[in-house]
Write a protein that binds this ligand. Sequence first.
Ligand SMILES: [Zn+2]
Length: 238
Amino acid sequence: MELEAFGHIPKAGMERTRATFHDVIRATEVHRYLAVIVENVPDVVDRWELFDWWADGLRRLRPGHRVQFLSVNSAHVGDDGNPFAPQWRDRLKMVFTRWDVPAPNLTLTPRAFCQHCDHDVAATQTWAPSTAHKPYRVGRYRRDPGSNYGQYRYTCPDPRCGRRVEPYVLPAASAIDLSDLGRRIGDMSRQPAAKPSPVSGPDSLSPHTRPPSPPARTCSSATPTTTTPASTPPPPNR
Ligand SMILES: [Zn+2]
């Protein structure tokens, strides 16, 4: 888990990271935030039967909130001071702001090269006509030009052009340390897991009576080993 990189998270704490939607309303009712930003997958709008109820609840909390939906792929977010994420993740940002504060400009204009105009452009997010009549215009990026999967794409902002453009992205290779080959999975499974010693009684699962941890792996070769922790390059994110 990415969160574990900052230290172990108890099971109860991990469960709390999932109890977000209802908690947003409860916390906003108490603290009356100027702005609330919630992130989830775009499908939540269609798949969660209480989504309308939830969004309306935030709107109603005095003094009232406006809501703006931003559908974005993580690969397209970044600038000179904020490196682009080298991964494809379609996300929906739900931005609630109180009516007594100015609405933020959430227009997406990722930089892209237009082959027809022969220069970089600030691309325009262009939605499929099928999304025009939906209660919420949210969706995923249509990566494949010939595919119907996805609800929006990016186009050249020049009205004389308007052709599809592809924003700049970072390749997944930029996040992979190819000098760290890690340890093969097959090598890791050769040593059978140590069987726990037989224990009985009501305290058999208490921390004090758990069997000791399996001994650390040893190498039968005469070659000295290092203590550098092995790691496996992450799979390419899709
Ligand atoms: Zn163009």
